[in-house]
Design a protein around this ligand. Structure first.
Ligand code: NAP
Length: 247
């Protein structure tokens, strides 16, 4: 396994769930983590916990839908530490709804965060990674980037995009620029992700669902696996499902 000591790793969506667990785990492995999301207080608490455990963390409050703000995030990481080794493009929202209900505002928000937000991160780190001659972009897609379920037409569309984008990036960047690209594809994870759902029918359909979901740490471990693999290895896709989840 490659050593993560002092590697500079930017994590979007670090204020809760998978991003938070990933920041904690990678900081324990010695990485210097740069924490981005909108909820600054949550990021500050996480930084304090990491530092209390002897780790290094930097908070840069960021709305990933704002290209300039994401540029500022990456520049701040680079100015502070002089390098950017890994970007974990994790920020995402999932306001599921049936198409017939035409929740157009939520469709647009998903495009802005799950698609444009991911592109903003990539656009900001690539010049630095090209210049330094190495890098790793970890895009958090989903099982929803492989399978489409009722209520998930737009959300799945955004995650199919992330999976396709990751494949295209690998084709163009891995050999030519020594930039590895991984698509992480979780099944159901117990996080705050469902808090953005407003469609009553979808919320009702979740009630009485009996299944043990994954924990955020399960996904953090798969991210650690991908980025700590030796440089000759490109962990392309990791699909991690709860044992009891059928689709
Ligand atoms: N949970 C699952 O079952 C599951 C399954 C497959 C894939 N995923 C993917 O995993 C990723 C993380 O989600 P999670 O499950 O950990 O949910 P979560 O706990 O709700 O975390 C989502 C994170 O995204 C951030 N975020 C949302 N909008 C943002 C914006 N405009 N700018 C910056 N940050 C923003 C949130 O922070 P702020 O609100 O503070 O900005 C939060 O830190 C998402 O891409 C999600 O699609 C989750």
């Amino acid at each position: 396994m490659a050593d993560l000591t002092d590697q500079v790793i930017i994590i979007t969506g670090a204020s809760s769930g998978i991003g938070e667990a990933t920041a904690q785990l990678l900081a324990e492995e010695g990485a210097r983590v740069v924490l981005a999301a909108r909820r600054e207080e949550r990021l500050n608490e996480l930084r304090d916990e990491i530092e209390a455990d002897g780790g290094t963390a930097l908070v840069v409050p960021t709305d990933v839908t704002d290209r300039e703000a994401v540029g500022h995030l990456v520049d701040t990481a680079h100015d502070t530490y002089g390098q950017v080794d890994v970007l974990v493009n994790n920020a995402g929202i999932m306001p599921l709804s049936m198409m017939a209900k035409t929740h157009e505002e939520e469709w647009e928000q998903m495009v802005d965060v799950n698609i444009k937000g991911v592109l903003h991160g990539i656009g900001a780190v690539l010049p630095i990674m090209k210049e330094q001659g190495h890098g790793h972009v970890v895009n958090i897609s989903s099982v929803a980037g492989r399978r489409v379920f009722p209520g998930g037409a737009v959300y799945c569309g955004t995650k199919f995009f992330v999976t396709a984008l990751s494949e295209g990036m690998r084709n163009e960047l891995s050999k030519q620029h020594n930039i590895r690209v991984t698509s992480i594809e979780p099944g159901a994870v117990a996080t705050e992700l469902t808090h953005t759902i407003t469609d009553e029918d979808i919320l009702e359909s979740f009630e009485g669902m009996e299944m043990e979901p994954l924990a955020s740490i399960d996904i953090a471990e798969s991210i650690l696996y991908a980025i700590s693999a030796p440089n000759r290895v490109n962990v392309e896709e990791v699909l991690v499902m709860p044992r009891e989840q059928a689709m």
